[in-house]
Design a protein around this ligand. Structure first.
Ligand code: SF4
Length: 734
């Protein structure tokens, strides 16, 4: 064994003859006593065929597909060729599937781990020169190739590929490192090719290290399944390889990669211009400074302003789509993804559930333990394509006879080009297979994923021919990951039922496929929240399915809920049914306010809020005798302030200009409660802090429920119970 002295990479356009040249060069080096390892990096895996006398080697990637990484042995893929040249083929997927670039990366990682190179003096990488992605550029990386040869003929496309390879090298090296050894010119005997190669070599500042003549000796060697070096016929082609081997053994001069621009390349190769002439002509074509300043100047486009109305939820489209899809309770949701993507998405959905463990019963089941599975894409699927694994998982899911099978694609499946949409052909008459090609974050962010999922489910499930169901409504756009969603649904459903109105379908919140199928049967749709994304969904459903929408979203607080029920009553012709409901709730409201008043009367509240109507809360505070001493508004959109409709309350409202204002106000006004959108990091002794829930409570009692919480917080503070978490723990688990 000896230390590695040199690693060489031969890059060239597909079909240019670089495998033949590599094999002959390895043979010539081996003849002179060098221990050579040749690694074929073309998915065609025919680089070492002549050295192996036609024997086909198992490729590294095929081998790794069947043998677990920890049991894999490099000797299983290492062939012993002519003069003991070590032969390895990296391999790759079939054309059109998987990711050959990722295959090269995986094969190189395996060879590195197994230290195979230590047994050789020289390593020769035979690489496809169409450097289409980072995988094919791996051998160019400095930890591999010490010297790089460009294999080319005199045809324009071969020189074009050689120039691209120089670009790839320059990306790694800049113009400081010198690793290009020169050009290996494989003659095709086409007119003018010597001159073209010569001009290109001069223009990029590289020597032509070998000229390999076109010769029938190659065909004769091919017939005998060996190299021309081994064939032994004397001739210029064989000599060329020995001379090149000699150059390599005695020391190569290396050069920086200086690729040409495309137009320069064309001018040099096709039109016979020298770089100096190009520079001259280019400068004369450029306007003089005077001309340049008088020419119209295109305005630099401004970058798109961020959309301030965009919901502040972050994550990829894959996560957004799964977060939504799991609400179809009788579906099997398949994340076509690595295990890690599925795990993070599971965490994303379930963490609010765990955070709100003490408020049991108010979460959607799908938010506590989202039910989806992953195809667990790994190295094999990334290289060879993941469609077989996906189809097998869909077939297994269909046997369970679910309402639907929903497939969501991740970044990896998007990047390797899995044709995920083709899996929809596995749909059966009973079970549709619905594919959401989110492709991780390639097709957008979290909100895009939600939208893609809603659209796909609607398109595949809704049956517009189902007969109507009078006296029903649909609930549209409930927040998928929020702790009040189920409670709000129950509240609204109970109120509507008291008026004889049912809920036909929740699109999409813990619903069955059958319910989505019947969506158009309800004469009225109600948006859960009028967020910008929900407004978009509303427009889409109106346009595509003729859905009719109520012009308000779910009501918050007593006044809004009473008005909501009256107007719903008007729509269904049963307003008289709203009146007893409102009257009964008014009695409950008054009784609850009377209970809370002794605990809260005279307490002061300071609130910071976004610019939204808060009368539901101010009404309840008034009913229990609390005072809002200051309301600071974060008015990001610079709109008219709409915190209250009541003129007498406006005196307490002020726009927040800077963060210190809030602390100054707290200092001056000494509130008992500070209410804000975010949980304070500081637990103050003088006041308690509370924050607005992510999903607002709806219904008559949203305000008084908040007051009830404050009463308990104040009571706990008095007793010091808030400091003893184990008291809460025992309360629920003892
Ligand atoms: S961005 Fe891509 S890699 Fe990250 S979790 Fe989403 S799908 Fe997975």
């Amino acid at each position: 064994m000896s230390d590695i002295r040199l690693e060489l990479a031969l890059y060239g356009k597909g079909g240019i003859g670089k495998s033949t040249i590599s094999a002959n060069l390895s043979a010539a080096l081996a003849e002179s006593g060098v221990r050579v390892l040749q690694i074929g990096c073309d998915p065609k895996h025919d680089s070492t065929r002549l050295l192996m006398h036609g024997q086909t080697l198992p490729t590294v990637l095929e081998y790794l597909k069947d043998v677990p990484k920890e049991q894999a042995e490099v000797f299983a893929v290492l062939g012993r060729g002519y003069k003991d040249v070590g032969c390895i083929e990296a391999g790759g997927p079939k054309p059109g599937v998987g990711c050959a670039g990722r295959g090269i990366i995986s094969a190189f990682e395996f060879l590195e781990r197994n230290g195979v190179k230590e047994h050789y003096d020289m390593v020769l990488y035979d690489v496809l020169g169409d450097v289409v992605c980072g995988g094919f550029a791996v051998p160019i990386r400095r930890e591999y190739a010490d010297a790089i040869f460009l294999v080319t003929s005199g045809e324009f496309m071969a020189l074009y590929a050689a120039n691209n390879i120089l670009r790839g090298i320059r990306n790694f090296d800049g113009d400081r490192h010198r690793r290009v050894a020169g050009i290996l010119y494989n003659r095709r005997n086409v007119a003018g090719e010597d001159q073209r190669v010569e001009r290109f070599a001069r223009a990029v500042g590289l020597p032509v290290c070998a000229v390999i003549p076109r010769s029938d000796a190659f065909a004769r060697a091919e017939e005998k399944k060996c190299t021309v070096v081994e064939l032994g016929e004397t001739g210029p082609e064989r000599e060329a390889f020995f001379r090149l081997a000699e150059q390599i053994r005695t020391g190569l001069t290396l050069y920086p990669a200086l690729p040409l621009e495309d137009d320069e390349l064309e001018a040099v190769v096709l039109h016979g211009m020298t770089p100096a002439r190009i520079a001259e002509e280019t400068s004369s074509a450029n306007p003089s400074p005077a001309e340049a300043t008088s020419a119209p100047v295109a305005a630099t486009p401004l970058p798109d302003a961020p959309d301030p109305a965009r919901a502040p939820l972050y994550g990829c489209a894959f996560t957004g789509a799964i977060t939504t899809a799991v609400h179809l309770t009788d579906a099997v949701v398949i994340a076509h993804s690595p295990r890690a993507c599925a795990f993070y998405t599971w965490q994303n959905i379930s963490s609010p559930g765990r955070r709100n463990l003490f408020n049991r019963g108010i979460l959607m089941p799908s938010a506590v333990s989202p039910n989806f599975e992953s195809t667990d894409i790994g190295q094999t699927e990334a290289v060879f394509g993941g469609m077989d694994a996906l189809r097998a998982q869909i077939a297994a899911a269909l046997e369970r006879r679910p309402g639907a099978v929903i497939v969501v694609s991740s970044c990896v499946s998007g990047i390797i080009g899995d044709d995920v949409l083709s899996a929809e052909d596995m749909s059966t008459p009973e079970t549709p297979v619905i594919v959401i090609p989110a492709d991780g974050d390639i097709n957008g962010d979290y909100m895009t994923g939600i939208e893609m999922c809603m659209h796909a489910l609607a398109e595949k499930l809704i049956d517009p021919t189902v007969p109507g169901r009078p006296n029903t409504v649909n609930l549209i756009g409930e927040t998928g990951v929020a702790n009040n969603t189920t409670l709000n649904y129950r509240t609204i459903r109970a109120l509507l039922e008291r008026m004889g109105i049912g809920v036909n379908c929740r699109f999409l919140g813990d619903a069955r496929a059958e319910e989505i199928r019947n969506l158009t049967a309800a004469p009225l749709n109600i948006l859960a929240v009028d967020s910008p994304d929900n407004m978009k969904l509303k427009g889409w459903l109106e346009h595509n399915y003729g859905c009719r929408f109520f012009d308000e979203s779910l009501p918050v607080g007593f006044r809004a809920t009473a008005a909501f029920l009256e107007r719903i009553g008007d729509f269904f012709g049963c307003r008289e049914k709203a009146e007893p409901v409102i009257a009964a709730e008014k009695r409950r409201f008054d009784a609850e306010a009377a209970r809370l008043r002794p605990m809260l009367q005279g307490k002061k509240v300071l609130m910071t809020t976004i610019n939204a109507n808060m009368d539901w809360l101010l009404d309840a505070a008034e009913a229990v005798g609390m005072e809002f001493v200051w309301i600071g508004v974060l008015n990001y959109l610079r709109q008219e302030l709409r915190v209250t409709d009541r003129p007498e309350r406006r005196g307490a409202v002020e726009e927040i200009a800077a963060a210190p204002t809030v602390m100054e106000r707290i200092e001056a006004l000494k509130p008992d409660i500070v209410l804000s959108n975010y949980t304070s990091a500081v637990q103050e002794k003088d006041y308690i802090t509370d924050n607005m829930p992510m999903g607002q409570l709806v219904g008559f009692h949203a305000g008084l429920d908040t007051m009830d919480r404050w009463a308990r917080l104040l009571e706990n503070r008095r007793e010091g119970e808030w400091m003893r978490d184990e008291a809460f723990f025992k309360k629920y688990f003892a």
